[in-house]
Design a protein around this ligand. Structure first.
Ligand code: FES
Ligand code: FE2
Length: 396
């Protein structure tokens, strides 16, 4: 997609599974290669949920790496994903982050497109070159898949078979967003973290009770459950819910009530490789769509949803939980932003970041993934190392 570097970045990876070279968080050449290999490579990337654009004519913009996308529901009610660049000279066609429109007009030479992407008008076309025809110059459509309303795209000509790629994560996602009556969008919190995208994704279970004051004060620990990790580097956790205890810190205890949750299997977190996190916890349903902006900047759009058939009171309850608990400034998780930035600053120093908690063997990738450990992070780094072609010390 971008200009490919002639020389791939090189990096010697340490032999101990605990260690990750800090360089991967700060090197520009590695970031550029990641865009090519991962974000424009043979993977499926969530870019929207169809509940964000529920009506004919609705659209939203999103970027896959640096590639601008326009996700639009046509008048025919079909959701399509286009490259947000004019088929004439490549000008960005739409600039509003979301809206509703019968079509899109490029301001440069006024070519206009219907909301199904077809070219409607192009002034002066009687003088266009012999190769021109309106049919050939619609907006360029991107391959997509739909999983319980989640729209995933790929720019690769050879993407993996979708069901194989998503694997058992599909079950967790069904439990998160597969509500029969569908979802409705409540709103967004959008934030830019001053960190590399991998530092954002490298969050672990070990840190929560230590870093997060709100986590401790609200007695925020999930009960027993299952964790999993797939061969394509997706991960998930399904846990019993435990009631939080406000220990007198909340004026209104109803904030942490469960009003629509199954206590035995009520908390679901999943991470789809490389950068999408989905959470259904308490009565909060959220998808975090992320964009790696640069080597040291990651933008995350926290989209929050209610169920379509929720009462007004229930939807309001979800809004309060969404904005106050697990978002970028939520009571449970607000310190994360500072930590992401401090990791980024600290990574401009030699050496390795190291995982300790739960690691029993320095040369075996752990497969028993436990809550509150750092072992979950290790298979993800090994998948990344192989994908990027970084050799281990002493390997040919
Ligand atoms: S670049 Fe869009 S009309 Fe010319
Ligand atoms: Fe956290």
């Amino acid at each position: 997609m971008s200009q490919k570097a002639e020389i791939r970045p090189d990096l010697v990876w340490p032999t101990d599974v605990t260690d990750v070279p800090k360089e991967v968080f700060v090197r520009e050449d590695i970031f550029e290669q990641e865009l090519e290999d991962i974000f424009y490579g043979p993977y499926w990337h969530p870019v929207a949920h169809e509940a964000e654009i529920p009506n004919p004519g609705d659209f939203k913009l999103f970027d896959l790496g640096r590639v601008p996308l326009l996700i639009a529901r046509g008048d025919d009610n079909v959701v399509r994903v286009f490259i947000n660049a004019c088929s004439h000279r490549g000008n960005q066609v739409e600039t509003s982050p979301c809206g509703n429109s019968k079509g899109f007009e490029c301001p440069y030479h006024r070519w206009s497109f219907k909301n199904d992407g077809s070219l409607l008008n192009c002034p002066g076309s009687e003088d266009f070159s012999p190769k021109f025809s309106k049919e050939k110059y619609g907006l360029k459509e991107v391959k997509q898949q739909n999983l319980y309303g989640l729209i995933l795209v790929t720019l690769s000509d050879n993407p993996p078979e979708f069901n194989d790629w998503v694997g058992r994560t599909a079950e967790t996602i069904k439990n998160q967003i597969g509500h029969e009556g569908g979802l409705k969008l409540l709103g967004y919190q959008k934030v830019k973290y001053a960190s590399n995208w991998k530092a954002y994704m490298d969050n672990d279970g070990y840190h929560a009770p230590l870093l997060h004051t709100g986590f401790r004060l609200l007695g925020w620990q999930s009960g027993g459950g299952r964790q999993f990790y797939t061969e394509h580097c997706h991960g998930g956790a399904e846990s019993q819910l435990k009631p939080g205890k406000s220990m007198g810190v909340l004026k209104d205890e109803s904030l942490i009530e469960f009003k629509d949750a199954d206590w035995d299997s009520g908390s679901f977190v999943s991470g789809l490789f490389p950068i999408t996190i989905m959470v259904k916890h308490l009565d909060c349903i959220s998808i975090r769509f992320a964009i790696p902006r640069s080597v040291d900047s990651t933008e995350v759009h926290y989209a929050y949803f209610a169920k379509n058939d929720d009462s007004e009171e229930m939807a309001l309850h979800r809004v309060r939980q969404a904005s106050n608990l697990l978002g970028p400034c939520g009571m449970i998780s607000m310190e994360d932003a500072a930590i992401f930035q401090r990791i980024q600053i600290g990574s401009h120093s030699p050496g390795v970041a190291t995982f300790q908690k739960g690691v029993k063997d320095l040369h075996t990738i752990p497969t028993d993934i436990l809550q509150n450990d750092e072992t979950t992070n290790i298979p993800r780094w090994e998948y990344y190392r192989k994908l990027m072609g970084f050799h281990k010390e002493g390997e040919a």
